[in-house]
Every structure is written in C-alpha cells, then in structure tokens.
Design a protein around this ligand. Structure first.
Ligand code: PLP
Length: 395
C-alpha cells in the first residue's frame, strides 16, 4: 500500500535521529547508562499507590472509570494551587490549571496555541531536547540564547529583544536539563526586568525544582512576572513518571481557553483514574517527606558521581556541580568531540549523551550530559573510570 506521510512528520528530526542509536544501545541491560533521565525506582511509592488505588475504586469507582472533564480532576488542581502557595507564595486558582499527560504534552499544547510557521521563539542554548522537538513540529524560527554558569545571558536576551519579536521564551531555571545549571537571583531579576518590557511570554518549566539538595530556591518567573509567565509542572520526578501527570498553569484567559480546546481535541482528558489515585496518594501521604527521601537519594548519587569524576577524569575535562536535579554537564578537553566519545564509550559498555541534540544549531560540540539518578554506586564508579579512559585516549 502506498501511503503519504504529512510534510510535518517527514521533516528531518535531528534530535530523534541522534538519540535513536544511543537509546537503543542503552536499553541493553549489560550497558551502564548515564544517557537517560530516569528517576531512581527506589523512590517509587508502590505500596502507598496500591492503597490509594483500592481506596479510589471503593470510594468513587464509577467516577474513576468514567469520562471526565478536559481541565482535570478538581481536587488535584486544588492540591497543585495549595502547593504553589505554600512553596512559592504564588496564587493560582484551580481554573488556571490544566492537568496534562506529563509536562511533555503541555509543551505541545503551548506550541500549538502560540506558534504559527515562521514565528520566533527563544530557547536557552542548550535546552531540553524534547522541548526543541515539540517546538520544531510547528515550524518556528528558534532563537537560542546562551546559558552562562549563573543562568541565561541577559545581554544576549536584551539584544535579541531589540531586533526580534518572539512569541515566547522557554526556560528551565532550576537544575536545567541538560546542564544542571540554576539561575542566580541576580539573573532572575535582570531577565525578568528585560522581559517585562516586552510582549514575550515566558514558558517556565520546573520539573526538578523540588529536587534541591544544596543552596536555596530563587524566585520563579511566575513570581517575578505574574501573568506574563505560564508555568509547567509535573509529578514525574517527585512521584512517578509512569503515571504521566503534569500541568500547565496560565493566567491569560484567551491562552487558557485555547490550551483547553486543543487538549480536548487531542485526548479529551488526562487519565482520570490515575489523577484520582495520585490525588488520594497526596491526601494520605506527606509529599514533603517523600520528596526529602528522593533528595537524599539524588544528593548521595550526585556527590558520588562528582567524586568519581574528580578522581578519574583526565586534565582539561570540567563539569557543572549541580545543586539539585538529575544531570551533570561535562565539557571535554579542547579538540575532543562529544559524539566521538559517545560512540567509543558505547563500544566499551558505557552510554552517555553527547550535547549536540540539546543545541539548536551547534554540532560537533565538546559537551555531554551525564545522568546520575538511576545507577548503582558500583556501576557509576566503573562507568566513570571507563569513560575517563576513553576521554584520555581521545585527548
Ligand atoms: C525539562 C523537562 N521538561 C519536561 C519533561 C517532561 O516530563 P514529563 O512529561 O514526564 O512531565 C522533562 C523530562 O525529562 C524535562 O526534563
């Protein structure tokens, strides 16, 4: 049979092509993988979820198994608002929240509502690769804004806004994926001051914000900019990614209305059964205590990986020292390409993710992303040692 695939899906997808090989290789259980971004299964509240599931089915089984509203389960939206108030002193009303199928779906929803072909958008350089993929489907002109160790480059942001009219800027200010970097207070204030003078919306993605194991939290753009900022959140990194429950919080009625319209067309609503089970779990358990447990695991893993890197990495190899999240960003010695290291390392049983797919335009970069959340210490030490030998050989 002859089929015609849409132009949209036939466009080259550098990120997907780049990742296909490495993800396939990393699926082999004999490979030590630092390439993904999986939460550590030791953090999954399995028994608590079992209890919550039973309770939901006994208490409200019909509702759990029936169709529901596109916006999402009201008690869950209320919980999210309460947490915004408690943790960040931000006022969102449940009407301003849409429950999504992970924040990945929210990225697509926002793109669909905001981007016409040729519209400009700004992203951090580098940025979360699956966000770039979502944006690309809608054919924007992507303007990358460099990321410094203390956050987005405010001079470049200001210059770009002098000559361009981007629809929005996508930012991950806390423990960024891929770099692990966090914006300083000064950068947050300065970037907000620059953006406030424009009509550019801010899409602030904060999946890792609660996974902080050092330092203290800075102000979010939602706090600094109010309705100019739409906030993405998710339970993936603090409860379970498999439940696929995230949200978008938006204070602009016409944007919210279109997000909701698009969401209804896409999937009618997010799995109500899972929303209710998650909400029951949150009612019956102390999320702060659970997050603390996750933070303990990740702090120990991050410190162990950094200690191995300090011990084994050859001279000229540097890396970020994240205060939270799941990633470390490594810069290789002059002249060493991360893709070459990636391919050599996989031959030796170690999967890493070269930095290339996180950049909109740069290729053959010297940086790579390492994930520390899901390896045993033994595997981590072995993997970093082998990786160090590969880097040394190529230097
Ligand atoms: C920055 C960022 N945004 C969004 C997501 C998507 O998360 P989910 O769809 O599981 O909520 C991820 C997942 O790794 C991420 O790192």
């Amino acid at each position: 049979m002859k089929v015609k695939i849409s132009q949209r899906m036939q466009k080259p997808d550098f990120q997907a092509d780049f990742l296909a090989d490495i993800l396939k290789a990393a699926a082999d259980p004999s490979i030590i993988s630092f390439a993904g971004g999986l939460p550590n299964p030791a953090s999954f509240p399995i028994e608590e979820m079992e209890a919550a599931t039973q309770k939901v089915l006994q208490r409200d089984g019909v509702r759990a198994l029936q169709y529901n509203s596109a916006q999402g389960y009201l008690p869950l939206r209320e919980y999210i608002c309460k947490r915004y108030k408690e943790k960040q002193n931000i006022d969102f009303s449940p009407n301003e929240i849409i429950i999504t199928n992970g924040s990945q779906q929210a990225l697509d929803m926002f793109s669909s509502v905001m981007i016409d072909p040729g519209d400009e958008i700004m992203v951090e350089n580098p940025s979360y690769l699956a966000a770039l993929q979502s944006f690309h489907l809608y054919d924007p002109v992507v303007l990358p804004i460099d990321l410094n160790p203390d956050g987005i480059d405010c001079d470049m942001l200001e210059e770009t806004l002098k000559t361009h009219k981007p629809q929005f800027i996508y930012v991950i200010p806390n423990f960024q994926n891929p770099t692990g970097l966090t914006y300083s207070d000064a950068v947050r204030e300065k970037a907000a001051e620059i953006l406030r003078k424009s009509d550019c919306l801010v899409l602030e993605d904060n999946p890792y914000g609660e996974l902080r194991y050092a330092g203290r939290a800075g102000k979010s753009f939602a706090t600094l900019l109010g309705e100019q900022c739409c906030e993405l959140g998710t339970f993936s990194k603090i409860v379970s990614p498999g439940m696929r429950i995230g949200w978008i919080a938006c204070k602009i009625p016409e944007v919210l209305e279109k997000l909701l319209a698009y969401k209804s067309t896409m999937d009618l609503h997010t799995n109500i059964f899972c929303q209710m089970v998650l909400e029951q779990y949150l009612q019956d358990n102390d999320l702060d205590a659970h997050v603390e447990k996750c933070v303990e695991i990740y702090k120990e893993k991050a410190e162990f990986m950094m200690a191995c890197m300090d011990k084994y990495f050859p001279e000229g190899t540097t890396f970020t020292r994240p205060e939270g999240g799941m990633f470390i960003w490594v810069t290789l010695p002059e002249g060493v390409k991360a893709v070459d290291v990636q391919y050599k390392a996989i031959e030796k049983g170690i999967a890493v993710c070269a930095g290339d797919p996180f950049f909109e335009t740069e290729r053959g970069v010297r940086s790579m992303r390492l994930n520390f959340s899901n390896s045993t210490n033994e595997a981590m030490e072995k993997g970093i040692k082998i990786l160090s030998e590969v880097i040394a050989e190529m230097s």
